[in-house]
Design a protein around this ligand. Structure first.
Ligand code: FA5
Ligand code: MG
Length: 437
């Protein structure tokens, strides 16, 4: 079978994908082989039928199986191991398949059918019932059913998103989950919470239970207080340990919303003068525990963005670097250690604008970013909307995007970028029926 063919171990650029044609094509990258035919996507030994919902792209399929979180010398793996060693007694799962069902990714988590996070423009669907997981929460249900009261699940997750230094269509999350007996949670938590101070890490938390961030009706405040305290304590202690050598770190807790937790929170870290969101968490909705047969338990969960933490800890300025196969990147890191990344010289950027009239007022920016990413690959560093106006007479809407191209490991030529930009223009024109200006 095609997929079992030995994949050549040298890195070569992927063939340029053609989004509009439906001819069968076989791709191989150092870690992965997959085939897209008219009727199915073949990957990891699975043949998944295509339908009107299908939008997985060669760019993301080529990233599957790279398993950065399992390469001992890679910063993502180094962080995973350091966090795992902090959460003693937690069962770890690191090799669950990223191909999941819509039930796992959404329904099991009480995400309503009309919730925007299900949309095609936010996810990579193989078909209407199968997708690349958009978060490790997709495995919460299986984790609860595994019989382990505490577990950590790490893996690659996939999202259509904007393009800039802290967003990439594939990144890594770690899910943490712990549950307690409702009857004894207060006592148990008290025994476990030992406070260690770290004056270099300043944590601000003025979140409270409120109508906007409520205790669930089936819970009493006496149960939820210790669970929330244990959650916050566990994560703050983890951050204090990870950032022990950082001279000064500001952390803040803010109120958040997730369909699968209440109350819910997010944690942000001050990085280069701006708040960078590193995790979401909360007290697990009781329906989830009940679905897994854990009626008399109460629990917390968190989902952590490993690249975001790694950027701050290792001083890695651009999220694309994690995918670099340049020895100058990988050779800087040692398993078990956090050390600051020494940037290799920054190459000059090449900036191009693209403007067009929309055929109608509707516009999905993520789909545009996806086209740019598919055509340009990792040479695109940033995509920014710089102009958006409606013509007063024709009522036609015009957009202008500024695309910043820059390679992380070499100089790019103007000819090369012009060719890419021409292709971007072509594909955008065909795919979105816009009129280029
Ligand atoms: C979630 O994915 C929830 N599943 C988290 C959760 C788990 C909440 C359990 C409650 C209980 P969110 O979409 O905010 O939430 O993503 C979590 C983290 O992933 C973010 O805080 C951020 O650190 C990281 N992240 C999100 N999008 C990207 C991206 N495009 N690139 C890199 N990191 C990202
Ligand atoms: Mg978030």
């Amino acid at each position: 079978m095609l997929l079992l063919r030995t994949v050549r171990a040298v890195h070569r650029p992927l063939p340029m994908p053609c989004r509009l044609s439906v001819v069968s094509r076989f791709y191989s990258s150092p870690a992965n082989a997959y085939e897209i035919t008219e009727t199915e996507t073949r990957v990891n030994g699975q043949s998944i039928p295509r339908d009107a919902q299908t939008n997985v792209s060669p760019t993301v399929l080529s990233r599957m199986n790279r398993n950065l979180h399992l390469q001992p010398q890679h910063p993502i793996s180094i962080i995973r191991q350091l966090i795992e060693s902090h959460f003693t007694g937690f069962k770890t799962f690191n090799d669950l398949s990223p191909i999941v069902s819509t039930r796992q990714n959404f329904d099991d988590l009480l995400i309503p059918l009309d919730h925007p996070s299900r949309s095609r423009s936010d996810n990579y669907y193989f078909n209407e019932s199968t997708l690349l997981r958009a978060h490790t929460s997709a495995h919460q249900h299986d984790g609860m059913r595994s019989g382990h009261e505490r577990f950590l699940i790490t893996g690659d997750v996939y999202r259509r998103d904007e393009i800039d230094a802290s967003h990439y269509p594939v990144f890594h999350q770690m899910e943490g989950f712990a549950y307690f007996d409702q009857a004894t949670v207060a006592k148990q938590v008290k025994e476990e919470m030992t406070h260690k101070d770290a004056p270099n890490v300043r944590v601000v938390d003025d979140t409270t239970f409120s109508d906007e961030n409520p205790v669930q009706q089936c819970h009493t405040q006496d149960m939820v207080e210790p669970v929330a305290a244990h959650l916050k304590h566990s994560l703050n202690a983890m951050l204090r340990k990870l950032f022990a050598d950082e001279p000064d770190l500001e952390v803040r807790w803010i109120q958040a919303y997730f369909p699968f937790t209440s109350p819910s929170y997010e944690v942000e870290i001050k990085y280069k003068g701006e708040w960078l969101e590193v995790l979401g968490c909360g007290v697990v909705r009781q329906e989830l525990l009940n679905q897994a047969g854990l009626h008399d338990k109460i629990g917390w969960a968190f989902g952590l963005g490993l690249e975001r933490l790694a950027m701050v800890l290792f001083g890695i300025p651009d999220i694309r670097l994690f995918w670099s196969q340049d020895e100058r990147f990988l050779s800087q890191f040692t398993p078990g250690h956090i050390q600051k990344f020494k940037a290799f010289s920054k190459y000059p950027p090449c900036i191009k604008d693209i403007s067009f009239w929309l055929p109608e007022n509707k516009w999905q920016e993520n789909n545009f970013c996806e086209v740019v990413r598919d055509v340009a690959g990792d040479i695109v560093e940033n995509v920014k909307l710089i102009d958006d106006f409606v013509h007063p007479k024709t009522q036609k809407r015009s957009l202008c995007y500024r695309i910043l191209y820059r390679s992380m490991d070499r100089n790019v030529t103007h000819e090369e970028i012009n060719a890419i930009q021409d292709r971007v223009r072509d594909v955008v024109e065909k795919e979105f029926a816009v009129t280029l200006r």
